[in-house]
Design a protein around this ligand. Sequence first.
Ligand SMILES: [Mn+2]
Length: 326
Amino acid sequence: MQIKNFAKILLKSCSRAESVAISGHKSPDYDCLCSSIAMQEILRQNGIKADILLEKPLDETFAEVVRNREYIFETDKNYDVLISVDVPDKKMLPAIVQAKRENALKTFCIDHHQEREKYMDYMQVISGESSACEVIFRTFEQYFKLNAELATIFYIGIYADTGGFIYSNAHSSTFAILSKLLTQDIKPDEIVQHVFQSVSKNSFEMTKRAMNSVKFYLDGAVAVSLLKESDFTETGVAYGDSKAIVGYLQRIDGVKVAISIFEPEKGDYHVSLRTANPDVDVSKIAEKFNGGGHVRASGMKLVGDYEKALHALLCQTKSVLGNKDD
Ligand SMILES: [Mn+2]
């Protein structure tokens, strides 16, 4: 749903509030972090101070431009106003935010995923927009002054969620915003190199291991990579670069569903799903396991025995692929 006076209502509620918090989803990505930072800056320009809540510090795979910010990881404080960005439903809120949602006087959601439930008082959800950053830009356009720092943040969020402006969610309206961002003194080539393309040696070592682990299933329609707990301890990398791995797998001829699995702790699997195939909806796979995401990119967690978890995952993948062939 889209609310006409959303920006006005939100800014009014925040200016009357004693305290305001912003939260993205669990396991944050660039769009969710950048939309949190952009929202905070827009509020600041309107004379409103807001905290950004995060479940834990960001690991080194995140560029400094988002990592070196002030985040709140733990606090007993309750907030009068809570704003979620890029969060499709309440179970995707970080644990520290769940209780604060109950205690907040007014709650807002700004998102671009498929709308599933009304979990906040005011929902500004524009499904199909490239990113939460785009929804924020459009919703608040009259209420902030674009500067180079803010333009850089929007650029990173939109770049991330459109895979570098190539996914089908990059509409002409998205490029209209980009054209405004480029009126500022920003350096897209340097941003992209710094944020998305450079990799640490350790991260490269993890990618190498992931590539060596790849197996194909369902006549080559599914590629699965696995990084085990031991890979993390041996390389000293906190978390693999899932986007690089799964992004590569989806480019292989014949692969309809690319799956990369991480086991950061024994028996605990983080699964990323991608497809470049317009007939496949990977969110239908993730939803079966209480995960979520988009048609093209989704994720979820699995626990227990790996072979059993993989079997269940492949069965669901097979049925999603099968339904599309009908
Ligand atoms: Mn997003």
